[in-house]
Design a protein around this ligand. Structure first.
Ligand SMILES: Cc1cc2nc3c(=O)[nH]c(=O)nc-3n(C[C@H](O)[C@H](O)[C@H](O)COP(=O)(O)O)c2cc1C
Length: 399
């Protein structure tokens, strides 16, 4: 197996090699937090973009090429690529095109409301920022920039364990609701500490990623000899080493899910659900919600598109708990189709980091609002007046 690791599992050994024996790169603050947003951190040896500005967006797909021009090559490859042949990554987007929308014309509607609630949190759109480790690879404001952008757009962010700023700084950067994502450390003391910090900071739920307990074959990173040199601010001193020497558990079970719930008392989501059977079992084990995901094709290649599995998962869940779906959502129509097929919200990944790279928090706000504008247009043209109104009755699934 190649030596890449799960998302942003930094290796102190590799970083030390990159920095001539020094520890992981220590940031220096080069611009203070003010009206232009959270502080920009300069990581010596990694030239993250620093622009904070509104960006022009024609569509989300075009942002990738623009972002490639400003993100250092290794960081861009890490963000944009996926595992193996990258079939699953492509399939995530392709699956949405196999289902078409049947509009309900002459419905007499003159407006559409995109707001909704997720686990009791009111959000302006059924679009949230998914978990991504290492926002600092895209922009010097790192996770704090994305948090401010998500809050400015009125929506929720799932903040990563593997973060370049602390979970407390991410929380402070924007007043929108946030979930905290956990890769479960082997050490229960470390697990407990980080969970209690997240609870104290005000995170509303914990999202446990279940599909990245061992590393995958990210060939672009191998080709680029890329190992993130940025620090993991939530677990200072934790490097990673590769597969086999990770400080994170590689043998996850339902007892781990129960442990997280018992320690925090917070609702627990599991992220990486791809089968109706697992969704049913999750409900039996008391999870508060699921995120249907194949990790953007970054873990096990040749797993099905998340959207392909959604209808059967939604049937199994039967509305008992909320469903978030991620993977390949690039158009407002995709958001509409995911909701029609039974998701409560979609989670957006790579385009958020591309927006962050191009315009800091304002770029993230722009990406989310652009996708929501397309979603609202789709609702208007399809004849749906509210998120609750969107159902399978608007889809043609046999096309
Ligand atoms: C750069 C990057 C880092 C990621 N890091 C994590 C992570 O730490 N934990 C996790 O559960 N998922 C992680 N993911 C997966 C995303 O949450 C999501 O499943 C994936 O990006 C699919 O969405 P997309 O097609 O919109 O990018 C990461 C994705 C990217 C692109």
């Amino acid at each position: 197996m190649a030596r890449n690791r799960r998302d942003f599992l930094t290796s102190s050994a590799v970083a030390a090699a990159l920095t001539g024996g020094a520890a992981l790169l220590k940031p220096s603050i080069v611009a203070a937090a003010d009206d232009s947003g959270p502080p920009l951190q300069h990581f010596p040896g990694y030239g993250a973009p620093t622009d904070v500005r509104a960006i022009e967006i024609i569509n989300l797909r075009e942002l990738e090429g623009q972002a490639q021009k400003v993100i250092p090559a290794g960081g861009f490859g890490y963000i944009a690529s996926a595992a193996g042949d990258e079939w699953t990554k492509r399939e995530n987007e392709a699956a949405y095109k196999r289902v078409t929308i049947v509009p309900h014309y002459l419905s007499g509607l003159d407006a559409a409301d995109t707001s909704t609630t997720l686990l009791g949190n009111h959000i302006s759109m059924p679009i949230v920022v998914t978990v991504m480790g290492g926002h600092g690879l895209a922009h010097a404001s790192a996770e704090a920039g994305s948090a401010r952008g998500a809050a400015a757009a009125g929506t929720l962010m799932i903040a990563p364990s593997q973060s370049n700023v602390t979970l407390e700084d991410t929380m402070k950067a924007g007043d929108g609701p946030k979930f905290f994502q956990l890769y479960i450390p082997k050490d229960r003391g470390m697990t407990r500490d980080v969970l209690l910090r997240a609870k104290t900071a005000g995170y509303k739920a914990v999202t446990i990623t279940i599909d990245a307990f061992v590393s995958s074959n990210r060939e672009t990173d191998v080709r680029n000899h890329f190992h993130s040199p940025l620090p993991n601010a939530n677990f200072p001193g934790v490097g990673g080493g590769g597969y086999g020497s990770s400080p994170f558990k590689e043998n996850l079970g339902w007892d781990d899910i129960a442990y997280v719930r018992d320690v925090t008392g917070l609702p627990v989501f599991i992220k990486g659900v791809l089968s109706p059977a697992l969704a049913t079992e999750a409900i039996k084990h008391g999870v508060a919600g699921i995120q249907v995901s194949n990790h953007g094709g970054r873990q096990l290649d040749d797993t099905p598109a998340s959207f392909t599995m959604l209808p059967r998962i939604a049937d199994a869940v039967g509305g008992r708990i909320p469903i978030i779906i991620d993977g390949g959502i690039r158009r407002g129509q995709d958001v509409f189709k995911a909701l029609a097929m039974g998701a409560n919200a979609v989670a957006l990944g790579r385009p958020v980091l591309f927006g962050l790279a191009l315009g800091g928090w304002m770029g993230v706000q722009g990406v989310l609002e652009h996708l929501n504008t397309e979603f609202k247009m789709t609702m208007r043209l399809a004849g749906a007046k509210s998120v609750a109104d969107i159902s399978k009755a608007y889809l043609n699934v046999s096309s």
